[in-house]
Write a protein that binds this ligand. Structure first.
Ligand code: ZN
Length: 140
């Protein structure tokens, strides 16, 4: 399936990991960047797919997830950072990325993944001064 990028987004190599999602336009704080798109799958299927090398799955609720590796619009390339410039908001079954602060053109869009299907030992490479060392936030 050919990648249909959301307007204003660009996929480039990232200093964090692999390819990342970059904004081509300024995005003011609090503004929606894009919606996460992908194949709608059950969470059981999401867990089955979690063995893949690169994970592009995003949970909507306790039942359903979206797999951005099929039908994604570029937002599935958004990398994790412990000091992100965006966050993910789930609204009526839609996954939205919202700017946490003003984003300049050319900036990589990042969110704090907090919890993922990755193992809790998966190391973080975001290089933020406050990096907690792992992608998943420790529980408790
Ligand atoms: Zn980090």
């Amino acid at each position: 399936m050919k990648l249909k990028l959301h307007p204003g987004l660009e996929i480039k190599y990232s200093t964090i990991e692999g390819k990342g999602c970059f904004s081509k336009t300024p995005v003011p704080r609090g503004r929606k960047i894009a919606e996460y798109t992908g194949e709608r799958i059950s969470n059981a299927e999401a867990n089955r797919r979690a063995g893949r090398r690169r994970l592009r799955i995003c949970a909507i609720n306790e039942r359903w997830s979206l797999d951005g590796s099929k039908g994604g619009n570029g937002t599935h390339y958004i990398n994790h950072s412990c000091e992100p410039n965006s966050y993910m908001k789930i609204l009526y079954g839609h996954i939205l990325f919202i700017a946490l602060r003003d984003i300049q053109p050319g900036e990589e869009i990042t969110i704090d993944y907090e919890s993922t299907l990755h193992s809790n030992d998966k190391r973080c490479a975001c290089r933020a001064p406050s990096c907690r060392g792992t992608i998943n936030r420790a529980e408790g």
